[in-house]
Design a protein around this ligand. Structure first.
Ligand code: HEC
Length: 285
């Protein structure tokens, strides 16, 4: 069987019109990466050849006009002050200038978002009778995404009374998440054990009560949720930083902390107790 290159050579020597396209088409459809190469090579060669012939033609033309200029310098200089191809370049330049003018025109129409007509918070207006640009909520409507029908989930209360229930079952994952959020947001003051001696307190902030006092051990879970949601005394609200679900997870983790300080050996599963003995028998610190 003949190779593609042999076929090409034969075709050319037979005087057939040489076209690289069938090679290209064949190489695309043949799905053989390597055998397709000669097709590409031919394409490149053909392109190179056409480029070369064009350059050659161009240089021949230049040479011819150069010779003319040499023969009649006065005439060429007097009658044709510009090179002959300048007539083509002029409309091109005009086009460019036109385009630039258009671009400038549209740039003038552009309005940045920070310049849009709008009211900044609390900015007064003469449009409404009460002079406020911020409109009160229309009675009986709720902003999108703010329909909070679940009283327990969003307030920690049931029928207006602080509840000791959690709005969803607490899993191991919820406790882990609660620990993570607690360590991020609460430890600066309440510290890692919940005793209320965090680093901020050590530097002079009023100390919060320990979570391990009787009053807080008896406090319903909703009380912790409420303190985070609305703030408590000198402690500010965390509602804007911690989602309601995460506030419940933190409340659940506070229950864990409380248990950890008051747990007895009976609270430890029998299978785990030997580990406790090992730890107590460890080296004294
Ligand atoms: C900047 C320090 C600070 C941080 C951070 C902080 N607290 Fe407090 N917290 C306090 C102080 C101080 C009080 C006591 C406020 C008072 O009685 O005036 C308090 C009180 C509380 C109470 C009420 C206790 C009671 O007496 O009934 C709860 C519950 C509570 N914090 C939970 C949290 C939780 C949960 C977080 C983390 C989401 C948190 N706090 C973050 C300083 C802080």
């Amino acid at each position: 069987m003949k190779s593609k290159r042999q076929i090409d050579t034969q075709a050319r020597s037979n005087g057939e019109t040489y076209s690289p396209v069938p090679h290209l088409r064949r190489s695309v459809f043949s799905l053989h990466g390597v055998p397709a190469l000669p097709g590409w090579a031919n394409l490149c060669r053909a392109y190179g050849a056409s480029l070369a012939s064009r350059t050659e033609a161009a240089s021949r033309k230049t040479a011819a006009s150069g010779a003319k200029a040499h023969v009649l310098p006065g005439l060429t200089a007097g009658l044709k002050p510009r090179p002959s191809h300048a007539g083509g370049a002029l409309p091109c330049a005009a086009n460019l200038i036109g385009l630039a003018a258009l671009a400038l025109l549209f740039a003038g129409c552009r309005m940045d978002m920070h310049e849009q007509p709008k009211y900044l918070p609390y900015q007064p207006t003469t449009f409404f009778d009460d002079g406020r640009s911020e409109r009160p909520v229309v009675p009986g409507t709720v902003a999108r995404g703010q329909l909070r029908l679940d009283e327990l989930l969003y307030t920690g209360k049931e029928n207006g009374v602080v509840s000791n229930k959690f709005p969803f079952p607490i899993t191991r994952e919820d406790l882990e998440r609660g620990r993570q959020r607690y360590n991020i947001y609460c430890t600066p003051c309440h510290d890692y054990t919940g005793s209320g001696q965090g680093i901020v307190v050590q530097r002079g902030f009023p100390p919060p009560p320990s979570y391990h006092i009787d009053r807080l051990r008896q406090a319903p879970a909703g009380h912790f949720f409420d303190a985070m949601t609305n703030g408590y005394g000198s402690m500010y609200s965390y509602a804007s930083r911690i989602e309601p679900e995460d506030r419940w997870r933190i409340a659940a983790y506070i229950r864990v902390l409380q248990l950890s300080e008051h747990a007895t050996e009976q609270d430890v599963p029998p299978s785990e107790r030997p580990k406790l003995d090992q730890q107590t028998a460890g080296p004294a610190q």
